[in-house]
Design a protein around this ligand. Sequence first.
Ligand code: FAD
Length: 309
Amino acid sequence: MNPAPRTPGLIAAGEKTFSFEFFPPKTEAGDRALWHAIRRVEALSPTFVSVTYGAGGSSRGRTIAVTKRIAAETTLRPAAHLTAVGHSVAELRSIIGHYADAGIRDVLVLRGDPPGDPRGTWTPHPDGFTYAHELVSLVRELGAFTVGVAAFPEGHFRATSPETELRHFIAKCRAGADYAITQMFFDAEAYLRFRDRVAAAGCDTPIIPEIMPATDVRQIRRFAELSGAVFPRKLADRLELTRGDPSASYQLGVEHATAMAQRLLDEGAPGLHYITLNRSTAALDIHRGLQHIDQTQETGSIDALTDHR
Ligand code: FAD
């Protein structure tokens, strides 16, 4: 189990990490698509794969089940997302214990947002945590986990000022984060500016950029609204011109993401974290277009499987 080297070790050795993010599906068809995507990325031996944690209810059980199944039935190293939303500290301890029992040693620690209205007022569980750094400390205290946290190069929508947010981010890293993964962004400069500000403030936690291929203009507009990510006008206009031609939109989104990812690697980003939305084709096409990533483990069979879903 967990055959791949640990993320911080690879980064310290100067190797680029690459990882893929999935979400727990609600239907049997969704489950089949997820496992098809997981098997395709497995052939590349990524550094890790991660599974998002839902806002509440049954999706949380599905996250735990999918993460455990990846640990039990694949050669992949799964990182479990975990949020503080609606959980007492005792419940969080118990979930972390379940992960440890299943051999899962990587946790992406998040505060999360209120269920229902993510932009609504944040109310902590009466016996829970208010900020992600508290959960980072708990995970650290409970075992030898590799801990990731979230970063927001273009600012978190709840931030009162960029300076305060930077201070909070660094405090979260110092509570015990091994690395951070950013929210999606579409302009390499946003990442580079943020990374340089963090470094200038004396924090050396590696920050892995999240890559979301902009292959569907409506979908990206919605994600940008929800997350506060900037959808650059130029990219949006170019994508608008391909509306009604999914193949042209796909090509444009993949080309843009590949060029941005290459620039990030050239500028020293420690790796890349691909959002797949459980359809791995675009992430794999971007990945194969890059230099500076060890692609020696890639097999020809991946090409045969490419189906541009
Ligand atoms: P925090 O670091 O706690 O920050 C939240 C806010 O509080 C920020 O504005 C911060 O500046 C402020 N703050 C922090 N510390 C303090 C302090 N001491 N005093 C005052 N203010 C403070 N959400 C999910 O529900 N499930 C997922 O699986 C998921 N995965 C994600 C993966 C990635 C890579 C990213 C980038 C985000 C993900 N999210 C997920 C979304 C995330 O939960 C939300 O964006 C949430 O609003 C912020 O979480 P955080 O961990 O950054 O919180």
